[in-house]
Design a binder for this molecule. Structure first.
Ligand SMILES: Cc1cc2nc3c(=O)[nH]c(=O)nc-3n(C[C@H](O)[C@H](O)[C@H](O)COP(=O)(O)O)c2cc1C
Length: 188
């Protein structure tokens, strides 16, 4: 099988990434791959925010706690503590942001899909580079607290967090089998 297809078919998420973080060169490859997302009118309706290093990861953990507090009220201290540590599941997180452009011919949903495609390409390219990657989110991505903390503008929303690092076990777990025919029908 062609190696690109082989990479696409073998990608699985790696929940716990270790250091080192992707190098600047690797990060550039990932971003270039994201930039190849299908994109109606080439609006590039996305941007990426790098969260790297203990201070930034800890600060983002606090933002996750504040966001969850907006949704659920004051958290039990052990829950808050656990949540605040979640960003440390990887040495680097790329937050993917949808930045919806003012273009009447391209509806918002198409622009958000493009940002999602960019996120998928980041994850697929990371696998091709033998990095560990996992796309995560949660309700706390979509609060006012999160938007303010991440500096999003009115036309922006969080698409997800791509956790990135090294793969501690070397190989990716095998993908769950997919019975494609169950998902395919024919229009007639
Ligand atoms: C928009 C989006 C949000 C996701 N959020 C989470 C999440 O918060 N936690 C999680 O465990 N998986 C989340 N996932 C799923 C994982 O990234 C992953 O795809 C899933 O666990 C299936 O594993 P696989 O990628 O190895 O097939 C999300 C996926 C997408 C597309």
């Amino acid at each position: 099988m062609n190696s690109v297809i082989d990479n696409l078919l073998s990608r699985t998420s790696i929940p716990k990434a270790t250091g080192p973080a992707p190098s600047d060169e690797q990060l550039e490859v990932l971003l270039q791959a994201a930039g190849r997302a299908c994109d109606h009118k080439r609006l590039r309706p996305y941007r990426f925010i790098k969260i790297q290093g203990d201070d930034a990861l800890a600060k983002f953990g606090q933002l996750m706690v504040a966001s969850q507090t907006e949704l659920k009220g004051e958290l039990e201290s052990d829950l808050a503590e656990k949540l605040s540590k979640k960003p440390f599941r990887a040495p680097l997180i790329l937050a993917v942001v949808a930045s919806v452009r003012d273009e009447p011919k391209v509806p918002e949903i198409e622009q958000i899909i493009t940002a999602g495609c960019a996120a998928q390409l980041l994850v697929s390219a990371a696998h091709a580079l033998d990095l560990a990657a996992m796309w995560r989110s949660g309700n706390m991505m979509y609060t006012q607290t999160m938007a303010r903390g991440m500096g999003l503008t009115e036309n922006e929303s969080m698409v997800g967090l791509i956790y990135l690092g090294a793969n501690p076990v070397g190989r990716s777990p095998a993908p769950v089998a997919f019975d494609s025919q169950e998902y395919l029908s024919e229009f007639n």
